[in-house]
Design a protein around this ligand. Structure first.
Ligand SMILES: [Zn+2]
Length: 160
């Protein structure tokens, strides 16, 4: 780094680095998952997840009129042989979530649960909490209304 570099250009470089990091991270899979090929069916599954994020945005908008930051959604497939089977995962605080293809089916009862769980991880930098029905590591069946209420509770906690 040259000594004469202005502060502005350093900030700009940092911004580019952050964007590059995010561009790589949103397609970086974990737990033996692979990105699903982008085709109409993958878009359909992605839309199912996006519609829950849309609901989450409505909840936040009704509460204080604001909007959630944009969340990158990827649909992934996981080998059934993988020892650590996951419904989805998120990059903490990075606004990126990956949802398993079968979980992203509209009629899968885990869809809203998984999406809200991953949203709380990625938007609010929240780790697992075994005392919380939504944020415990293991799955517990909860209703959509419960998931929405708990999501709003985390939103309030992190947006005071
Ligand atoms: Zn989790």
């Amino acid at each position: 780094m040259g000594t004469f570099q202005s502060l502005n250009s350093i900030v700009y470089i940092k911004q580019i680095e952050a964007e590059m990091h995010k561009a790589q991270l949103k397609n970086k899979t974990a737990y033996g998952c692979k990105l699903r090929k982008m085709n109409n069916d993958t878009y359909r599954l992605r839309k199912n997840v996006m519609s829950i994020i849309y609901d989450a945005n409505k909840i936040v908008k009704n509460y204080d009129g604001s909007r959630l930051p944009r969340v990158e959604v990827r649909i992934v497939k996981q080998s059934p042989c993988e020892s650590n089977l996951v419904y989805g995962y998120a990059y903490l605080g990075e606004n990126i979530i990956h949802i398993r293809e079968d979980v992203a089916e509209k009629d899968n009862y885990s869809l809203y649960h998984t999406t809200y769980h991953e949203l709380v991880h990625t938007l609010f930098n929240q780790e697992h909490d075994e005392k919380c029905k939504l944020m415990k590591a293991g799955s517990e069946r909860i209703t959509k209304k419960e998931a929405e209420e708990i999501f709003l509770k985390y939103y309030k906690r992190y947006n005071k």
